[in-house]
Design a protein around this ligand. Structure first.
Ligand SMILES: [Fe+2]
Ligand SMILES: [Fe+2]
Length: 297
């Protein structure tokens, strides 16, 4: 699909309505991703279902096999098909990998030439936050780490939408964030009246994401006590992962300010800075996986 946008100067119109009208110009998510998404939602998903869905997409199949054969997984023999990949690197790993690869390649294909945002580095940030979110979530009892993984990857989709729909004004946001050493969502609010978490939530609704995912995307820059109570822990996971990925400078989120942690989010997850320092080397190893995912796309 070719996307063209020419109305980038809408100063007199209500920003929200302009965004909602233009959101329909964004490409729809690919069929394969919708299918994998449905699998993630269903508790009865089997390895066979996953294998069937991945096999519908030749490019994805090739990438899953290539990753399963990468040194990261230390498999002593060659994996030749998706079934073997699932058996050897695990169902969850293949499922997560498929989501990450499909989302990243979708956004890469949607890249608008002449934009100001370095999308490849941005997707490194997103996949990094997904991987670190899953890592943290696995250590917190009783929370859905798959949801945290997907939310982490998609938490900043609002930036993607703003970059495509309003390239000049989003470029202005980036320039000001750099010049003023400020957080990007603060400048977005000044220029667009809303920030990317708000626009991301609207895009997530338009793409029919699950309610939990919509809520996490929409709340990820809110103070912890204002976050939807039912998803406060999951959203805090994303907030902490976002800070970690920015601090270790994996990818580029659009922010030029060295980030600090949200103390309330750390408290909710029973984490502190000292404990995080100890975990960072292990987290960096997890991030290695993210690099391989990115390189595959
Ligand atoms: Fe964000
Ligand atoms: Fe982020």
């Amino acid at each position: 699909m070719t996307v063209t946008f020419n109305n980038d100067k809408s100063s007199s119109e209500d920003e929200y309505n302009v965004f909602i009208r233009k959101i329909e110009d964004l490409p729809t998510l690919p069929y394969i991703l919708m299918k994998i998404w449905k699998l993630v939602d269903s508790p009865d998903t089997s390895s066979k279902n996953l294998e069937e869905v991945i096999s519908l997409d030749q490019a994805l199949t090739a990438k899953v096999i290539r990753l399963a054969n990468s040194p990261f997984y230390h498999i002593p023999f060659r994996v030749n098909n998706v079934k073997d990949a699932i058996v050897n690197i695990g169902f969850d790993a293949v499922k997560n990998l498929s989501i990450a690869v499909s989302v990243t390649s979708f956004f890469k294909k949607s890249e608008r030439s002449g934009g100001y945002f370095p999308l490849k580095d941005f997707w490194r940030h997103c996949v990094g936050v997904g991987v670190v979110s899953r890592y943290i979530a696995e250590k917190v009892e009783g929370i859905d780490y798959e949801l945290c993984f997907c939310s982490g990857i998609l938490h900043d989709i609002g930036k993607f939408a703003l970059n495509i729909l309003f390239p000049q004004r989003f470029g202005e946001v980036l320039q000001r964030a750099a010049k003023e050493k400020s957080r990007i969502h603060k400048i977005e609010k000044e220029i667009f009246k809303f920030d990317h978490s708000y626009f991301g939530k609207e895009l997530a609704k338009y793409w029919n994401f699950g309610d939990d995912l919509i809520s996490i995307i929409g709340d990820h820059h809110k103070p912890v006590d204002e976050i939807d109570e039912n998803l406060r822990i999951e959203t805090s996971v994303i907030k902490v992962a976002d800070s970690i990925v920015r601090q270790i400078k994996f990818g580029f989120s659009g922010d030029f300010l060295d980030d600090t942690f949200d103390d309330r989010a750390l408290e909710l997850l029973a984490l502190d800075r000292e404990r995080l320092k100890v975990l960072i080397p292990e987290i960096k190893k997890e991030i290695e996986l993210a690099s391989q995912i990115i390189n595959l796309v």
